[in-house]
Design a protein around this ligand. Sequence first.
Ligand code: ATP
Ligand code: MG
Length: 146
Amino acid sequence: MTHITQTREDTQALGMQLAATLKRGDVVLLTGDMGAGKSEFSRGIARGLGVTCAVPSPSFTILNVYEEGRIPLFHFDWYRIGDESELTDMGLDEYVGGDGVALIEWHERAPYLIPETALEVQLVPQEDGSRRITFIAHGNWEENHS
Ligand SMILES: Nc1ncnc2c1ncn2[C@@H]1O[C@H](COP(=O)(O)OP(=O)(O)OP(=O)(O)O)[C@@H](O)[C@H]1O
Ligand SMILES: [Mg+2]
């Protein structure tokens, strides 16, 4: 399924729509270059789950946790990690497929921590500034969300 969003607000709105379908244990992988809109989309998911506080990018913190919404939200950015041991040493891998929804930016950095069943959201900036956003279901995602 592919969508085109013209503005960051449109991208957030798409994230909000997806949030309504999410369940505990879900893993959402955000794929796209720097500035593609992964954090904007994540902000929409947070809003859609009922998070009202600020949702900053986890670029420096690796993980931001939000307990305020309908289900807990674990927002990761793995851009700065060297390899998966940095996550497993801190026990952060337990949040992937845990008690809430895990959103992961730069998941390519630690592929061994990604479960087979996940939703990939690909964000590709277009020449006019819009974003092409494609949802790709992996493993049993579709069966689990129908
Ligand atoms: N249609 C659009 N959708 C999303 N963001 C847009 C759009 N048009 C412009 N933007 C801008 O693009 C930027 C996207 O930044 P964002 O932090 O979400 O990227 P990112 O993919 O998370 O990057 P990083 O890999 O650095 O974390 C924002 O400044 C936003 O305002
Ligand atoms: Mg980001």
